[in-house]
Design a protein around this ligand. Structure first.
Ligand SMILES: [Zn+2]
Length: 173
């Protein structure tokens, strides 16, 4: 998992934007904000970024802002935020479609949690155990991601996608 410093550098290098500590704190998911301040001052001393008074390109407020000086030395990866927001949508879409899929198999009362839905349908023999396991994996990963804000590596995302492929493959039979 990238360190707070790496995440900050990724934002400043990849986006080439000049932004304030508050916005950087949100984008890089580095809290408390004081930690951003601390890291940015060290990066400025190392001449990796510059800090100056200006208008934040994110929130538009006049503030002390940070701008990356050397993009090349930082990993060429996309900013984690962009990935995260797409991933947010993707994971929610899968979660939603899984719910619809179960609803088509058998309608249970509104308000039945996805957890209960999977349990009941597998107990009643509609969903085989191994597929139910994958459904629970999708459900739990979505909770970890959406609620606990756990950072997923590419391999974890791939596992989630593979689970979803297996569920759909089973559903189409
Ligand atoms: Zn800002």
């Amino acid at each position: 998992m990238p360190t707070a410093k790496e995440r900050i550098l990724e934002i400043l290098a990849a986006d080439k934007i000049a932004i304030c500590d508050d916005c950087l704190s949100k984008l890089a998911q580095v809290t408390p904000r004081q930690q951003v301040n601390q890291i940015c001052r060290l990066l400025r001393d190392a001449k990796t970024i510059e800090r100056f008074s200006g208008t934040c390109e994110k929130c538009g407020k006049p503030k002390l802002i940070n701008k990356g000086l050397i993009a090349a030395s930082v990993s060429p990866k996309k900013p984690t935020v962009a990935v995260a927001s797409n991933l947010d949508k993707r994971i929610n879409d899968i979660h939603y479609e899984l719910e619809q899929l179960l609803r088509k198999i058998k309608a249970l009362p509104r308000g039945t949690s996805l957890n209960d839905y999977i349990h009941q349908l597998s107990r009643d023999g509609y969903v085989p155990n191994h597929i139910a396991t994958l459904m629970h994996a999708v459900r739990r990963l979505r909770n970890d991601f959406a609620k606990e804000r756990v950072n997923f590596t590419n391999a974890v995302v791939a596992a989630l996608e593979a689970s979803w492929v297996a569920i759909q493959e089973w559903a189409q039979k």
